[in-house]
Design a protein around this ligand. Structure first.
Ligand code: ATP
Length: 305
């Protein structure tokens, strides 16, 4: 049976009158890659900060390993790794100095830090350890080292807040390989991202908007839930995509997005839409396409189920 490692019960975090997190509940099982998705300001970082014990809930409760985080932060600290969006590495320190500093924060002795650092440099594929300040390294290398420093103490639960933001596609791929390897070793990874393609790598995902959970499930479950009818993709004989998009919106036949010379339509009035397609001289093809998580997100934020 899956063991619950995180339990969040009706969590509210308010800054003054503003609720950054507005009554969310969910559970995460040990060994899961759990994705937390949402636009800027959705409340992802604030939730992570509560899960790590950095912020106290305004109301509601957060449990890690069955312990109330607000009451047991110091007990839980050795079990948790946190790679924040910023400030994970000290830019003026070298790679080794950063690792030493991270080790001292977790109370590790120098020998353990050196041994673990060597293991982790191997894990992230860092062969020649740069000697200068980390501020001179590329964004991708910095992110890898930040990951290594956040798991120096070998935590069972890892929070990664937008770990791949601003990095190259190659770094993103390598980073996700590392995440998968960590999960394969039984680590639980709670990760936020703006990239919907990355969300496909998660076991389950949450879609957040303005502090609330819009949807929670596996990528496949969400696609099924939001798209019992598959999205349609339209191609055109002539440049009529904008005009057609306007018509579909005006007639309320569904949501529509323009992708270059194609339209993607999340059809709500199937009969009317199909009639229109059959009779249109401008449409070259109309066929079903598998929904992506981008499609799910667009539909979820539109309030459509
Ligand atoms: P991003 O992807 O931009 O990091 P996010 O989903 O992580 O977004 P949060 O950083 O959790 O969002 O912020 C949620 C909301 O709470 C935002 O409107 C933010 O401005 C606000 N907020 C966060 N921290 C504070 C704070 N200390 N005081 C006041 N408002 C805050």
């Amino acid at each position: 049976m899956n063991k619950t490692i995180i339990r969040v019960e009706n969590l509210i975090i308010a800054f003054g009158n503003f609720r950054a997190v507005d009554g969310i509940s969910f559970e995460v099982s040990k060994g899961e890659i759990f994705g937390f998705l949402g636009a800027n300001g959705a409340g992802k970082t604030t939730t992570i900060r509560a899960l790590c014990g950095i912020l106290n809930p305004t109301s509601g409760r957060v449990f890690v390993n069955g312990k109330d985080v607000a009451a047991a932060t110091s007990v839980l600290k050795p079990h948790i790794g946190y790679m924040s969006q910023k400030f994970t590495l000290y830019p003026d320190l070298t790679v080794y100095e950063n690792m030493d500093l991270a080790g001292s924060l977790y109370g590790l002795d120098r020998e353990t830090v050196r041994r673990r650092s060597a293991e982790l440099f191997d894990f992230i594929g860092l062969k020649n350890i740069p000697k200068g300040p980390v501020k001179h390294l590329s964004g991708g290398v910095k992110q890898m080292i930040a990951l290594a420093s956040s798991i120096l103490h070998d935590p069972e639960l890892l929070f990664l807040d937008e770990p791949t933001a601003g990095t190259s596609p190659q770094t993103r791929t390598s980073f996700w390989n590392l995440i998968r390897q960590l999960a394969a070793k039984g680590k639980t990874v709670f990760v936020t991202t703006h990239y919907m393609d990355e969300a496909e790598y998660c076991g389950r995902i949450v879609l957040m908007q303005r502090g609330r959970i819009l949807a929670l499930g596996t990528p496949e479950e969400l696609k099924e839930r939001y798209f019992p009818v598959r999205p349609k993709e339209l191609t055109f004989c002539v440049h009529k995509q904008q005009e057609t998009a306007q018509k579909i919106k005006r007639e309320n036949w569904g949501l529509v997005s323009v992708f270059g010379s194609k339209l993607r339509v999340y059809v709500s009035n199937q009969t009317a839409f199909e009639n229109f397609c059959r009779n249109s001289r401008d449409i070259f093809t109309c066929h079903d396409v598998p929904p992506s998580l981008d499609d799910v997100f667009l539909k979820a934020i539109s309030g459509d189920k």
